[in-house]
Design a protein around this ligand. Sequence first.
Ligand code: PLP
Length: 284
Amino acid sequence: STVYLNGDYLAAADAKISPMDRGFLFGDGIYEVIPAYQGKMLGFNAHIERMNNGLNEIEIKLGYSTDKWREICQQLCEKNHGDNLGIYLHVSRGADTKRAHAYPTDITPTVFAYVFEIPPQPVSDIEHATTYTVSLEQDKRWQRCHIKSTALLGNVIHYQQGAAAGNKETILYNRIDEITEASSSNVFIVKEGVISTPPLDNQILPGITRWLILNILHSHSDFKVQQRVISKTELLDADEVWITSATKEVGAVVKVNGKLVGDGKPGKVWQQVQSLFTKHKFDY
Ligand code: PLP
């Protein structure tokens, strides 16, 4: 495949990064994943804005414009095959000459991007939807989960907990039994027709899919929607549970720790919300 590295498009096998890169040594970098279907990108501006927020927060000065990112993404989609692609963008602080924790001020950030195949766009029909069984575990990551850091070991370990139990995700709760998010998704619940999701803070990533869903529901539905603290008990007692991410969109959870959610099928509210999402997701 063709990848982008520091201004060049080249074969993946020819892309070389220094072992002194702080992305490699410290996980000192920010990343994004943007879906593209037949070359059409989903939530592009919001993804770039989130990446810029992350770069600002950790003081990596890059200066790529949104247009420059768009051009890189479009080039990668054109140079590679596939109707359904995830575009991975990665900016690390760059390669240092010595080992030191302090941010070096005189190095150039490393910019890497490539595309990988993703499943086709999710469908909103109950019989054919991809469904998710999940584990429920205590969130043991750091307290800056709003930064989309390339240091993903905490998330990887949590994902693996679910995988080891035969599940496809792991939903997390904090030390006082409040739901935060999942290892690579945000969480929503539905109870008696009311849709709820945890509020944005340092405990969760501000998901672009979460943001799109909230906007679409606000503009195109009468659903009551709340951003509020959700307890572990409420999640276990919910009529519907969803995990959301750029590639899953609204993912219906059918089992939590082996216990069925509702009747064990995607719910009625899920069906309405995923179909609204399908209809309006490219509006933003
Ligand atoms: N939370 C975490 C920890 C993630 O890694 C992701 C992204 O995959 C999400 C939430 C969902 O974010 P988005 O909707 O922007 O894909």
